[in-house]
Design a protein around this ligand. Structure first.
Ligand code: ZN
Length: 446
């Protein structure tokens, strides 16, 4: 019997308390394999617009692309539904899982476009269900079923452009909730061995490990990188000090800036959407509430506040050094206006394109002793306090100040980056035009 391709998307299974959509995917890779399903791609982990107000923790949706005998299709669907039901945090308010099954050789362009909109914007469940109906996609929703949006988007995002990989290792149930035990020295060594082909392993500024999450989810650690081989080599270099129940390699849009793909005008800045815009710094940066830096940017269509938050380290340091007149490209997400202020771009990156010149007018130096002269008052000339020299007709001298910053790209430090944010290390390593995936021999366990 001819095999069929079935894409299985799901989302919105986790809550702040626990649960983890990637863990459900890892379980299903094993379970569906035992039912005889093959995989035509790594499980796809698709990060959606990180700014939607109802997002689950990481706003990551999953898609399994399988190849199976038509007579196993029903068993596969049942297994997926049962596994989501068993492991999703259905009690949690706001957790509304959705599962989507789509049998198709090719993903329609309309579905790809829909996926793009869920990454760069905000879409509704109504749009998703309408599209599902149009293409004969089977959608199963729990509670209000909002996860159908992400499930459908994960199927539609085929990662033909830039993409990365993540290998995720999971803990045994008895360890979940306890402190994660992984040999830190081995992580720093792994970073040394596999960089730049892995990324976001450690925070260089704070010398801190960031592959281990905090919180109650079952992830022990996850290593992100450019190829399946790179993340596998990195995985082999890390020494866990507790049992690893299972691991899987995911293909993903993490670290690609997929949400920052369109340059817009500032008058398009819309709450909960990502924004990339070019403009001129129009107010001097100021520190607020002790640690945030706020400045405005104007592109002639609008003037918008931009904020660099304390944890953003290098980005905030760069923001502090901006002056009115600097030409910048700002990247971030738009926060709606609130009691605290107007709409604000929460910055992820600043590209400093052109420095304004900072001019200062200073008193001339004394020609006799070299000390800077004192002004005697407007139009009254200058006098040297040290040697008494007087210069009745001298003028202030124009001096260009050293800005202490150069044109270039400034990004939030690794510890505060969003899943989608492209780290500086990845610039130049972007992939394009990928079609057809070749799976490495061992990409999951068990
Ligand atoms: Zn003097």
């Amino acid at each position: 019997m001819a095999q069929r391709i079935m894409h299985i998307g799901f989302d919105d299974t986790d809550s702040v308390k626990g649960g983890c959509t990637t863990y459900i995917a890892a379980l299903l890779v094993h379970k569906l394999g035992r039912l005889g399903a093959g995989f035509i791609d790594y499980p796809n982990l698709i990060r959606l617009n990180p700014n939607v107000p109802w997002k689950t923790r990481g706003n990551g949706a999953l898609c399994l692309r399988t190849q199976l005998d038509p007579d196993t299709a029903n068993a596969v669907k049942e297994t997926v539904i049962d596994t989501v039901e068993e492991h999703a945090d259905l009690e949690a308010k706001g957790t509304e899982p959705g599962i989507v099954f789509f049998e198709a050789e090719r993903i329609p362009a309309e579905l790809k476009a829909f996926a793009g909109n869920t990454i760069t914007g905000v879409v509704t469940l109504k749009e998703a269900t309408k599209l599902a109906k149009k293409f004969g996609v089977e959608a199963v929703g729990f509670k209000n079923g909002r996860g159908i949006i992400g499930g459908l988007a994960a199927i539609g995002e085929t990662l033909e452009g830039d993409h990365t990989y993540e290998i995720i290792a999971y803990r045994t149930p008895e360890n979940c909730g306890l402190k994660r035990r992984v040999d830190e020295t081995s992580i720093f060594l792994m970073e040394k061995l596999t960089g730049p082909y892995t990324f976001n392993n450690v925070d260089a500024e704070k010398r801190r490990v960031i592959i281990t999450p905090r919180g109650p989810d079952p992830i022990l650690f996850g290593i992100r990188g450019e190829t399946p081989e790179a993340v596998k080599a990195a995985f082999a270099a890390v020494k866990p000090l507790e049992p690893v129940e299972r691991w899987v390699i995911f293909r993903t849009n993490q670290g690609t800036d997929a949400h920052l793909s369109h340059v817009q005008k500032l008058d398009n800045a819309s709450p909960h959407h990502p924004l990339v815009a070019e403009g001129t710094v129009s107010t001097s940066p100021k520190m607020v509430r002790g640690s945030h830096v706020i400045f405005s940017v104007d592109d002639k269509t609008a003037e918008v506040d931009c904020a660099a938050y304390e944890p953003a380290g290098a980005l905030r340091e760069a923001a502090k050094l901006l002056i009115p007149g600097d030409l910048v490209e700002v990247c971030g997400s738009v926060r709606p206006c609130s009691r605290a202020g107007p709409i604000t771009v929460n910055l992820e990156k600043i590209r400093l394109l052109k420095l304004a010149s900072a001019i200062a007018y200073r008193n001339p130096r004394c020609p006799k002793c070299g000390k800077r002269l004192k002004s005697m008052g407007t139009g009254k000339g200058f006098r040297c306090e040290k040697c008494g020299f007087r210069a009745a007709t001298a003028q202030k001298v124009r001096a260009e100040l050293n800005r202490g910053i150069n044109p270039g790209l400034y990004a939030a430090s690794a510890r505060s980056q969003r899943h989608l944010t492209k780290p500086l290390r990845r610039y130049g390593l972007e992939k394009s035009g990928v079609s057809g995936v070749c799976l490495v021999a061992e990409w999951h366990f068990p």
